[in-house]
Design a protein around this ligand. Structure first.
Ligand code: ADP
Ligand code: MG
Length: 257
């Protein structure tokens, strides 16, 4: 028997490593035998492109899923190198927010769609946009948990409290299954004293909600998207790739499977 796990990769700040985490965790999980579906919930379509799928040439997309004009089976594509499936996104998705405004159960569209593939995957990873919008809300309502990538910088903790409050509210009002799975330290540079200090504060405050794995700053991870590949596929030996493989194992150990 399989238990599908649905996780949002969320942080309302942009450029903090959400998409990098999503595609590399997806590829890492695929490499250890997990069946993975990535949902790109960001109109920027970076997870789509970073998985080797051209966002300008999408047939059906997340937009169609939310507007109920396509099923998951119609909208998914497989990442050519990643070993996982993707429901892609592009700028069209930005319009979904407006079009959904007067529709019923608009925050439950993704959850409803994912029920179609309950038995086909082990993990669904939802790459959220940098906002706490209706799109992100669809992710949070559908998910069992939230993975929060963060850089250990001065204002990181402050930004975190908004997200933690949102998770609490969604948990209380819309989705009792939702949990904070963990905080992932990314783009980490141990030579920077401030990053060490913020990392220590994080652990003091959030305890075992901080993942053991730390993702280093590594240029190979940043180069990979322009080749349409997750870093763990593009250069498996690179330090960043190794860290994401380790993180994939930690996730499986932590949430079971
Ligand atoms: P988000 O999805 O939160 O906006 P991204 O994953 O797109 O963030 O990351 C922002 C930028 O930082 C991208 O250019 C990405 O390639 C780069 N990046 C992400 N993680 C790392 C890392 N560990 N080392 C180096 N560069 C990284
Ligand atoms: Mg992104």
């Amino acid at each position: 028997m399989t238990t599908l796990r649905i996780f949002c990769v969320a942080n309302q700040k942009g450029g903090v490593g959400k998409t990098t985490t999503t595609v590399n965790l997806a590829a890492g999980l695929a490499q250890i035998g997990q069946r993975v579906l990535v949902i790109d919930l960001d109109p920027q379509g970076n997870a789509t492109m970073g998985s080797g799928i051209d966002k300008r040439a999408l047939g059906r997309s997340v937009y169609d899923l939310l507007l109920e004009s396509a099923s998951i089976a119609e909208a998914r594509q497989s990442s050519p190198k990643g070993g996982y499936d993707v429901i892609g996104a592009n700028r069209e998705l930005a319009g979904a927010e407006v079009e959904l405004v007067n529709q019923e159960r608009r925050e439950r569209r993704l959850k409803k769609a994912l029920a179609q593939v309950r038995d086909e995957y082990d993990f669904v990873l939802v790459d959220c946009p940098p906002s706490l919008s209706l799109l992100t809300l669809n992710g949070l309502v559908a998910a069992h948990g939230v993975i929060v990538p963060m850089q250990c910088e001065y204002f990181a903790l402050e930004g975190l409290s908004d997200l933690v409050n949102t998770i609490k509210q969604v948990h209380a009002n819309l989705n009792p299954d939702l949990q904070l799975i963990g905080l992932l330290r990314v783009m980490f540079d141990p030579r920077i004293t401030l990053q060490q200090q913020v990392s220590d504060q994080l652990k003091a405050h959030f305890g075992d909600k901080v993942f053991d794995t730390v993702i280093p700053r590594n240029v190979r991870l940043a180069e990979a998207p322009s080749y349409g590949q997750p870093g763990v596929v593009f250069d498996p030996a690179a330090r960043g790739a190794q860290a994401f493989i380790e993180f994939s194992r930690e996730m499986v150990a932590r949430v079971g499977r």
